[in-house]
Design a binder for this molecule. Structure first.
Ligand code: SF4
Ligand code: MG
Length: 321
């Protein structure tokens, strides 16, 4: 069983001007030397506060953004290195579901056209075949074929996300980046959408990268979890291990913030995150979390901890064990 996706030492740096008059250019290290693998049929949860680089990473993996360095191997094809035309042939296999179903659907197009467009671009089907496909799919995501003639604004938020999911599925992908797919929705319908994603995963053998800023949905959805802080993965492991054998103080802070209070927490003192996430253009030296970490010591301010361990990895000089 080999990984479907291998992310190797990926960096995504954005240049920014330091001041209005200044010519010096600084770089926001949105994603900084990130590596992980996802196996077929698995869901990897990617969690961290907003601005930590998780959406940038997700968008980079499916090549909506180019990376500064590193490799993104999908079935051993390096998406970061292949030509546009080669990428077009793989495009159907890698898709994304966006956070905001309000802005990710073209308001001037009927649902029918939103769904048919990718088929016209990528597949060679007759009109009746295309119609059959979208009829089947719209029902699979829990809507009816009568709704195909409507425009996005005629739907509720949850229904719009179902349309976004249908659009991601129309080309029979193997891998989908789910970028906070329920954060913009009412709490009452979040579970329906999460369950739909789970059912679809089983039915179509999908592999997910599931991005979220909190651990609740991630715990429900994921086989493994990667915790990201300021562009770096600070802890990676099986979902149960992340919750029950938490190693990184930042992971613990996220768990402590996650209701209901986690009964498995072995370290009694809660960590409450204070202060803002530091500026990613000028991240703290040493461990990037040291400005907010209650366990920080001199070593933490001077030496950057590397991700270490086997199945359950952590980047911390003084991890919980
Ligand atoms: Fe905290 Fe130090 Fe570990 Fe960083 S390396 S998370 S500052 S204990
Ligand atoms: Mg985001």
């Amino acid at each position: 069983n080999s990984p479907l996706l291998k992310v190797e030492n990926v960096k995504k740096y954005y240049p920014i001007k330091r001041g209005i008059l200044s010519k010096t250019v600084a770089h926001v290290k949105a994603v900084d030397e990130v590596s992980f693998q996802i196996y077929p049929g698995e869901t990897l949860g990617l969690v961290g506060e907003s601005g930590c680089g998780k959406s940038t990473l997700g968008r980079s993996i499916i090549q909506l953004e180019s990376i500064s360095q590193g490799n993104i191997l999908f079935n051993d094809v390096n998406l970061a290195k292949i030509s546009k035309s080669e990428l077009r042939k793989i495009r159907n296999q890698i898709q994304i579901i966006f956070q905001d179903p309000y802005s990710s659907l073209n308001p001037r197009k009927r649902v029918r056209d939103i769904l048919i467009e990718p088929l016209i671009v990528h597949e060679n089907l007759s009109r009746p075949e295309m119609e059959k496909k979208i009829h089947d799919l719209i029902q699979i995501v829990g809507l009816s074929k009568h709704q195909l003639n409507k425009y996005p604004h005629e739907f509720s938020g949850g229904q719009r996300q179902r349309i976004g999911i249908a659009r991601a599925l129309i080309l029979n992908p193997k891998f989908i980046v789910c970028d906070e797919p329920v954060s913009a929705l009412d709490v009452s319908i979040q579970a329906q959408i999460l369950n739909l994603l789970k059912d679809l995963q089983k039915e179509f053998g999908l592999t997910y990268l599931f991005i979220a800023h909190g651990l609740g949905a991630v715990k429900y959805m994921s086989d493994k979890i990667a915790v990201m802080y300021l562009g770096k993965i600070v802890e990676f492991g099986k979902t149960n291990d992340i919750f029950q054998k938490t190693k990184h103080p930042y992971t613990k802070a996220l768990l402590d913030a996650y209701p209901p209070p986690n009964p498995h927490l072995r370290n009694k003192e809660r960590i409450v995150l204070e202060g803002d996430v530091p500026n990613p253009a000028n991240p703290p030296a040493g461990c990037r979390f040291h400005t907010r970490c209650p366990l920080a010591q001199k070593l933490c301010r001077e030496v950057e901890p590397k991700l270490a361990g086997n199945e359950h990895t952590v980047a911390c000089h003084f991890p919980y064990n």
